[in-house]
Design a protein around this ligand. Structure first.
Ligand code: C2O
Ligand code: CU
Length: 488
């Protein structure tokens, strides 16, 4: 590591990828908690949310604000919360000077409500998607998905959490008081230029995209949180463009992993590390002692990347401070982690309609880059398929599928580790390992309007590491992407 010297409280290093902030962060800002989005009931019984996309300014550093984008505010957006069975409707107003979109990451919903590349919202326009929540309690999120601009729009600040509830989670005694013992944590890395503006430049030879050397959580830089309860649930979301995190506590204590992308695990898993690639979520429960101070950090990644050293997302010495927890002298103790959290993923894999192979390399999936008007394949409504996905590249990719949550059957023939045993919509692809994903396509058919699958390293996605599939009803054939949608 090449240490240049220190400026203010931060350290500056030559390498954009390898940084170490451990012990260097001051924790001077109370963690901001995104407000819960307000809603009104309309005549049809749907809950209506207004989401205004706007530009603004945010004070991250001394010496002047940063130009940012946000939803109902200058940076990030409110947390949307809805329960299984509820009808939701959104009025998404684009107050920017350019088109963008809002995609509901992890949501099972009709393809024309998905907010992907085919649902752009022009400047001054309003988009009103609506659907009925039909999946278990989970920590999902929303972010722009305009083809070619996703990295830029997310980096500027368009993202928020989307928390789903259901009857099962309601009757558990998990920590559930939003902002008190149930804490949303939108984790992002950012780089600032000399004028305090976001620096999205991608270094020469970088294979992963923009990597920042500062960590912000919910838009707070150097955050702390006052703990008042013995157990605290953290909803961790990696909303970074390219960086990976390997979360752990500063004294290496164990915590309980209770949920992943698609909802609660069948049972809690005691671990001291949880790794998230861009787009992934983890719900963990940490037990605190009265009066103590503990930091959540990100440690170096725990897998081998072979000899592609420049491609490392987190190099050997990458360690960051994320947040400091300050426990009060007395802690209330009214929650617990039950032995059984939820039912395990249970797709019937004796009746697989189709096995598909996906190879990720460079910016291609199976040798092709995204084309807005090319539908790569169709799946049948009601079918269960197995997708065999391999990163043959030597450097990092992950894999995300819209509309469904998948079950990981095995990783290169081995039983998946405990953190990959629940429902997932995004999975890190360690090079050369074959991930077998089972998924069932239920509910919404449309031969003309595709869902996406892609690498969630956003520069890769923008450069075309994405494909499109449609869900077909009985007797339907693959159609054509509507002209207007295809040209945006
Ligand atoms: Cu989080 Cu296709 O996206
Ligand atoms: Cu990638």
């Amino acid at each position: 590591m090449f240490l240049l010297g220190s400026v203010g409280a931060g350290l500056i290093y030559f390498s954009q990828a390898r940084i170490d902030t451990v012990g260097a962060v001051e924790f001077g800002t109370e963690l901001g908690i995104p407000p819960l989005a307000e809603s009104e009931q309309d005549a049809s019984g749907a809950r209506v949310f207004n989401l205004d996309i706007e530009s603004g300014e945010t004070l991250f550093l001394d010496g002047g604000p940063t130009e940012t984008w946000g939803v109902n505010g200058a940076y990030l957006g409110p947390t949307i919360r809805a329960a299984k069975g509820e009808k939701v409707r959104f009025r998404v107003d684009n107050g920017l000077d350019e088109p963008t979109s809002l995609h509901w990451h992890g949501m099972h919903l009709p393809p024309d409500m998905d907010g992907g590349p085919h649902q752009p919202v022009g400047p001054g326009e309003t988009w009103t998607p609506n659907w009925t929540i039909d999946q278990p309690a989970a920590t999902l999120w929303y972010h722009p998905h305009l083809h070619g601009n996703t990295a830029d729009h997310l980096y500027r600040g368009l993202a928020g959490m989307f928390i789903l509830d259901d009857d099962n989670v309601d009757q558990l005694k998990l920590p559930a008081e939003y902002g008190v013992d149930d804490i949303p944590m939108i984790v992002q890395d950012r780089k600032f230029d000399d004028n305090n503006q976001f620096d999205q430049s991608i270094p020469f030879m970088s294979t992963s995209g923009t990597l920042g050397d500062e960590i912000i959580v919910n838009g707070s830089r150097g955050p702390y949180h006052e703990v008042t309860t013995r157990l605290v649930r953290l909803r961790l979301l990696n909303a970074s463009n390219a960086r990976m995190y390997n979360f752990g506590l500063s004294d290496d204590r164990e915590f309980q992993l209770i949920g992943t992308d698609g909802g609660l695990l069948p049972e809690a898993w005691a671990t001291d590390r949880v790794q998230l690639s861009p787009g992934e979520r983890a719900e963990i429960v940490v037990a605190f002692e009265p009066g103590e101070t503990v930091e959540l950090r990100s440690y170096e990644a725990e897998f081998e990347l072979g000899d592609m050293a420049p491609a490392r997302l987190n190099g050997d010495e990458d360690r960051f401070d994320i947040i400091q927890f300050r426990a009060a002298d007395t802690l209330t103790d009214e929650t617990e982690i039950p032995a059984v959290l939820a039912s395990a993923p249970d797709l019937d894999t004796h009746d697989i309609a189709e096995v598909r192979t996906f190879e990720l390399e460079g910016r291609n999936i199976n040798g092709e880059r995204m084309a807005m008007d090319r539908i790569d394949f169709g799946v049948r409504e009601g079918d269960t398929e197995v997708w065999e996905v391999t990163n043959v590249n030597g450097y990092i990719h992950n894999f995300h599928v819209h509309d469904v949550q998948f079950q990981i059957l095995d990783v290169d023939g081995a039983e998946p580790p405990p953190d990959l045993r629940g429902w997932k919509d995004t999975v890190l692809l360690i090079p050369d390992l074959r991930y077998r994903l089972a998924m069932r396509f239920d509910g919404y058919t449309n031969p003309d309007m595709p869902y996406m699958y892609h690498c969630h390293l956003l520069t890769h996605e923008d450069q075309g590491m994405m494909g499109q599939f449609v869900v077909l009803g009985e007797g339907e054939e693959i159609g054509r992407v509507p002209q207007q949608a295809a040209t945006h």
